[in-house]
Each structure stands twice: as C-alpha cells, then as structure tokens.
Design a protein around this ligand. Structure first.
Ligand code: ADP
Ligand code: 5GP
Length: 203
C-alpha cells in the first residue's frame, strides 16, 4: 500500500551546552555555511557586548518589557541565566516552523529542558532535535571563557563552576558534539540536521 505523503513541517534544532563552550560561535558558522537554516533570535535584558546588534544577536530589551512579554506568554521558554533574563520568542518561531523551515535555538540547559517539555506536550507542531555542545576539556573551557574577555574574573569562575555542573545533563540530549574546531563542530551539526530531515521526511 502506498504511504500517505507526510505533511511538510519544520525542524527545530536546539543547541545547548555550558556558557563559553562556543555555542554562538559554532551556530554563527553553521548559519553562514547553510542559508536554509534560520536563527531564533532571543530577547534579553543583558546589555549588548561590543559588536552586538539589536535584532541580529539578540533583541535587547528592558526588564519592564521582558516582564510584560512573560506575562503575555510571548516566550516559548525563558530563564534567568547568570544574572540576566533570556527568552525565546514564540510567534516568529511558530511561523517559520509552519513554513517548513529549519530553525536553530541557542539556549542554556534550562531553556533546552523547557523546550523539550513544550515539544513533548505537543504544543509545537514540529520535530525537534537536541544537541549538546561540549568542550574538548574543562581546561579548554576555562581558557575560552577567559579569552572572550566579556566578564570579569569572578564571573568567569562562577560560570565555570556552573558549566561543570551543567555537563552532567548531557545524556538527556539526542546528540553530543565536541567543539574542538569551530568548522568541524558546525559541520557535525549540519550533518545531524541533514540526517534528521531525512528521518522525519522534512524539507
Ligand atoms: P557560548 O555562546 O557557548 O557562551 P562563545 O561562542 O561566546 O560561547 O565562545 C566563547 C569563546 O570561545 C569565544 O571567545 C570564542 O571565540 C571561543 N571559541 C568558541 N569555539 C571555539 C573553538 N572551537 N576553538 C577555539 N575557540 C573557540
Ligand atoms: P550570553 O550572555 O553569553 O549571550 O548568553 C548566556 C547564556 O544564555 C548562553 O548559555 C546562551 O545560550 C543562553 N541563552 C541565550 N538566549 C537564550 C534564551 O532565549 N533562553 C535561554 N534559556 N537561554 C538563552
């Protein structure tokens, strides 16, 4: 008997992992290499770092505006991460997924767990894949956090302690990718996306 054609639906790619592991660097590389992959742009109360642009890296908003959006259920998930608030806007994500697009959410481990619940409760019509990025070693992670020079030493040490705790949750993910070289980590994620699209007959 002929199989019924499956409805075209989007793929949600959740990339998570400890702070400083290289999530934004690798995701940016992936977006550059594959123009069919879109980025979910989060809202945050964190002030922009040098070089970050509103609407490109984040939507930089006030605490008042953030609270209003939480109250209006405008976020798929939101979390306080290292003193600032971050949230994934829901409506644009739903729109892109309904069009059959592949969209990447780069979130902390709390965000990934919340998205997993959301998907499991079938509140989102899309397939989702959860990818955990890990550093080649804890020493390398410490080095990268320091190299970024965006936080002072106390914050770096705090983030490093949190990162070591966060590494414990990795078995809950579908894939674990080691961020050894940016290009090869992005290539591995690209391969995962391609295989997941095949598996679920997505476009
Ligand atoms: P995250 O988004 O996970 O907090 P970032 O993407 O900001 O991490 O990366 C933290 C630091 O590590 C940055 O200075 C970045 O340039 C560097 N970095 C990321 N990936 C690599 C890599 N594969 N090799 C060397 N440095 C890296
Ligand atoms: P940063 O301030 O370094 O850009 O991000 C800090 C942490 O917040 C990172 O682990 C990043 O992945 C995470 N993050 C960014 N956007 C979101 C979001 O919308 N939701 C959640 N839960 N975490 C986010």
């Amino acid at each position: 008997m002929a199989k019924k054609a499956k409805r075209k639906q989007g793929l949600l790619v959740v990339v998570s992992g400890p702070s400083g592991v290289g999530k934004s660097t690798v995701v940016r590389r992936l977006l550059k290499a594959d123009k069919n992959v879109l980025l979910s742009i989060s809202a945050t109360t964190r002030p922009p770092r040098p070089g970050e642009a509103h609407g490109e890296h984040y939507f930089f908003i006030t605490q008042h505006e953030f609270d209003k959006r939480v109250k209006n259920n405008e976020f798929l998930e939101w979390a306080k991460v290292h003193n600032y608030y971050y949230g994934t806007p829901l409506s644009s994500l739903k729109e892109q997924l309904a069009k059959g697009k592949t969209i990447v959410c780069e979130v902390d481990v709390q965000g990934a767990a919340a998205i997993k619940n959301f998907v499991e409760e079938r509140r989102l019509r899309a397939a989702a894949v959860f990818i955990f990025l890990i550093p080649p070693s804890v020493d390398i992670l410490a080095f990268r956090l320091k190299k970024r020079k965006t936080e002072d030493e106390e914050v770096v040490n705090y983030r490093l302690r949190a990162a070591i705790a966060e590494l414990q949750v990795m078995e809950k993910y579908d894939y674990i990718v080691v961020n050894d070289k940016v290009e090869s980590a992005a290539d591995k994620i690209s391969a995962i996306i391609n295989v997941e699209k095949e598996r679920t007959l997505l476009n």
